[in-house]
Design a protein around this ligand. Sequence first.
Ligand SMILES: *Cc1c(COP(=O)(O)O)cnc(C)c1O
Length: 401
Amino acid sequence: MSDTSRQLPTELIHHSYKPPAGFEGVSPAVHKASTIIFPSVAALRERDWKHKTGYTYGLHGTPTTFTLEERIATLEGGKYCTLLPSGLAAVVLVGMALLKAGDEVLIPDNAYGPNKSFAQGELAAWGISHRLYDPMNPLDLAAKLSARTRLVWLEAPGSITLEFPDLPQLVAAVKAHTDCHAEGIVTALDNTWGAGIAFNAFELGADISVQALTKYPSGGADVLMGSVVTNSEALHLLLHFCHMRVGFGVAGNDAELVLRGLNSMALRYAAQDQSTRALAFWLQSQPQIDRVLHPALAGSPGHESFKRDCHAAACLLSVVFKPEFSQQQVDHFCDSLTLFKLGYSWAGPMSLCVPYDMPALRSTPWPYKGGLVRFSVGLEALPDLQADMLQALAAMQYSKG
Ligand SMILES: *Cc1c(COP(=O)(O)O)cnc(C)c1O
């Protein structure tokens, strides 16, 4: 429930949702419970957690988690939100809630790796098949849709390589097929990069938007959480009942950390976007670098879709080194960085980097020979980050290959 006359940074702080209680601080209270006490048997029988009109058991929601769910729904421009203990658990919930033996799920080849691993592991074991499609080619997606397709994953931009797909075209391919499909096909977007700020997932046609709240909404690199948001009550109930049956609850203290993070999220997103673009443009002119991967760079795959659909970009960029630099030298570059720490995840205060072995991560041939490093740009001062990259490039240049 949001006041649409106000902008998102305001709405994330002055949210209209109030849990049913008489206490008000600036920060919502942290409620922790497994047991919630009922005043009578009649009350116990009547309580309804599904519509957030009451509380039954900690796993089904507390004032703290209901508040966070409402704010994440507002952030995404959606109606219904379910919280999960990690972003990956949110991805998994969508698969578990929608797929049954005999169904097929389509996943972009450049999707977040563990989404594909879940399909290769548990989904395959449960008799649910998956196919990878080229997200930069809607015709490839259209050709892979079948009577067995029940779920199509979208991700914008691709994980690590940051190609920006034409989401409306991909959705149109699915909708065209859905008309002659018995059960309908659901599109689910992994919206961790856009985070509800770069674009509205539902306006671009997604049925479900999933986020790792671990990234921007938390912003602290100190909590794991995920969300699944939709505008469809029917889909929400499918997801929410599955959520109840599998017991993927979140803790009150963790919800509090994400609620705190939301207050500064829009400012952090803008600041990190600015630093990331500055570094991406500057890196293009560094002699050791073959290619900088960032959707705002002219000529990057999907740049036109990015310009059409996005108001902002997240804090990720990747570089491909020139092929004359060995993997050992690329590793030396990463080890030489002092402010960019080696570590997974992104959108926290501290800048991070990870070298990736791209040919091992893609089903189609990877076009570059040089090593790839992905950066998450944090909240440090830009000149310090640039100086750190510059000294590490020099250290690599003069290291032995
Ligand atoms: C990090 C991430 C996830 C998973 O989030 P966790 O909270 O780490 O499980 C899912 N999708 C994308 C795109 C991510 O970057």
